[in-house]
Every structure is written in structure tokens, then in C-alpha cells.
Design a protein around this ligand. Structure first.
Ligand code: RP5
Length: 174
């Protein structure tokens, strides 16, 4: 890839792509995490099947602008993450969504079962998968960012505290 000198200005660290506007509610979980951690991001609707040229161009443009992680969510025959990965040098995190009578199992297999040589880090189905995509993106970025690593450590402590709090409340109820 020829790396252009940020022709459209500095891009977001994370690009969140989704196959349809109908995916927005679930994918908002990824956005929330990036907002919590103060990580720059952009959200775009683009489809592997309905707008393949646009998808290809977006992936090239984001990389040229310096984007370091893609998150791609789609349902049904979910090929978005795989198509993004086919054109990406940066990590791609796939989020399978529940958008068909098969309740996301179709999307899970479509996203995870990539041919050898083209990697997609596939999360679980739906909102928790989208949330984890946000967390994994932060963890990837934190490899070279001490401030983010400190925030991650605080996040882990808050998870632990929430479990202890739940346990305490349960015991209070008797
Ligand atoms: C997929 O088909 C999209 O990612 C979405 O999850 C699903 C349904 O899309 P719509 O018909 O609601 O636009 O490509």
C-alpha cells in the first residue's frame, strides 16, 4: 500500500463499519466504549454486498488517513468484516449480528470462518460482541499508549468492583 500523507486530514484511530442502518443499535455498544476511553472514531454504513466499491474505497481512505483498527458489524451472510480484512493491513474486528431467522449464527460463521491468510478477530453475537469489539480495539491501541493502558486497568478494576457490589446486594436480600 502506498501511504498517502493524510490527504483528507488525520483520520480516526478506529473506523466502525456496519452493513446497514438496522445494525446501528447493536453497534452503538462499540461506540460507547470508544467514547468512554476517549478514542477517536467514525461510524459508517457500508455493505459488502450492496455497496462493494464504496466499501473498498472506505477501507483504503481510512488506512491512508491513519486509522489503526477496523470494527465491522453485519448480520445474515455477514461478509463485511472479511471483505474489509481482504483490503486491510491493520487489524479487523468482526461483530456478527442477529438480523435473520438464524439469530446471528449465520453471521457468526460467516464472520469467523475466514480462509487462511486473511484474519478477522471475531467477537460474540450482538451487543456484547460489539462492546467487546470496542474493548479489544482499545487493548490493541493501548499496546503503544500508556495512558490508555492505565484507563484499561481502571476499567478492569471497575468490572471487579461491580461483581463484588452485586454479590453484596444479593447477600443483603438474604
Ligand atoms: C446485513 O443484512 C446487514 O449488516 C444487516 O445486519 C442485515 C439486514 O440489513 P437490512 O435489510 O436491514 O438493511 O447485510
Amino acid at each position: 500500500m502506498v501511504r498517502k500523507k493524510h490527504p483528507e486530514g488525520r483520520g480516526p484511530l478506529v473506523a466502525i463499519l456496519m452493513g446497514s442502518a438496522s445494525d446501528a443499535e447493536a453497534m452503538a455498544e462499540a461506540t460507547k466504549v470508544l467514547q468512554e476511553f476517549g478514542v477517536s472514531h467514525e461510524v459508517v454504513v457500508t455493505s459488502a454486498h450492496r455497496s462493494p466499491s464504496r466499501t473498498e474505497k472506505l477501507v483504503a481512505d481510512f488506512q491512508n488517513r491513519g486509522t489503526l483498527v477496523f470494527i465491522a458489524g453485519a448480520g445474515g451472510a455477514a461478509h463485511l468484516a472479511g471483505v474489509v480484512a481482504s483490503r486491510s493491513l491493520v487489524p479487523v474486528i468482526g461483530v456478527p449480528l442477529d438480523a435473520s431467522p438464524l439469530r446471528g449464527l449465520d453471521a457468526l460463521l460467516s464472520t469467523a470462518q475466514m480462509p487462511g491468510g486473511v484474519a478477522v478477530a471475531t467477537m460474540g453475537i450482538g451487543k456484547s460482541g460489539a462492546r467487546n469489539a470496542g474493548v479489544l480495539a482499545v487493548q490493541i491501541l493501548a499496546l503503544r499508549d500508556v495512558t490508555l493502558r492505565d484507563k484499561l486497568a481502571a476499567y478492569k478494576r471497575s468490572l471487579e468492583a461491580s461483581v463484588e457490589e452485586a454479590d453484596r446486594k444479593l447477600k443483603q436480600r438474604g
